[in-house]
Design a protein around this ligand. Sequence first.
Ligand code: CDP
Length: 220
Amino acid sequence: MENRRLVIAVDGPAGAGKSTIAKKVAQKLNIEYIDTGAMYRALTLKVIRSNVEIDNVEEILKIMESTSIEFIDNHIYLDGTRVDEEIRENIINTKVSFIAKIKEVRQMMIKLQRKMAEYTNVIMDGRDIGTVVLPNANYKFFITASVEERAKRRYKELIEKNNENITYEKVLEEIKERDKIDSTRKIAPLKKSPDAYEIDTTNKTIEECVDEIINIIEGR
Ligand code: CDP
């Protein structure tokens, strides 16, 4: 790995554990972590706050033009304000995929993401990182888990954040819906790159998955 930059792409469906795993891999390898889902979430938050309907593409694009999304010290900033917590609200989960399927939105995000990964060693996670954003990544991983397990994890997360009105069945339904939109959209759909290692996290701990990835990268 002498003079070569280390670029790692991680993709997978909602709630598979991508972010948690990618963050830990970044810490262990001492490289940058970029959560591209957070960027789509931040734009969605702004659209909701602006009272614009998610099917009003024209207005969404206007909003996008005057929006700044950046990471500073692993925190996400929307127009200069930190929004780590706000982008994880369940309302965002239910709307983000509609915004993420807009062509112009994806074009802008991809540009930003490539710029973020231009000069540093990086692990980036999302839906289209290995297939579209960073097709030349040195390592690609596709993280999966059964839909029931993913819904269970997301439900637990939401309950811990005091979303008392949510039920497991509702979360399961929302995840299935989001997977469907993400996998069937015309532009950059969620799919495994043929050269990606697949890791099924259903019956594994986070640490086991992190070790599996590190072992592959370090060639053990
Ligand atoms: O954390 P979770 O798995 O629930 O989702 P996320 O990674 O935060 O992504 C939220 C949403 O953003 C996804 O459901 C996609 O609709 C969209 N997304 C995308 O289209 N492309 C990416 N590279 C990352 C996220």
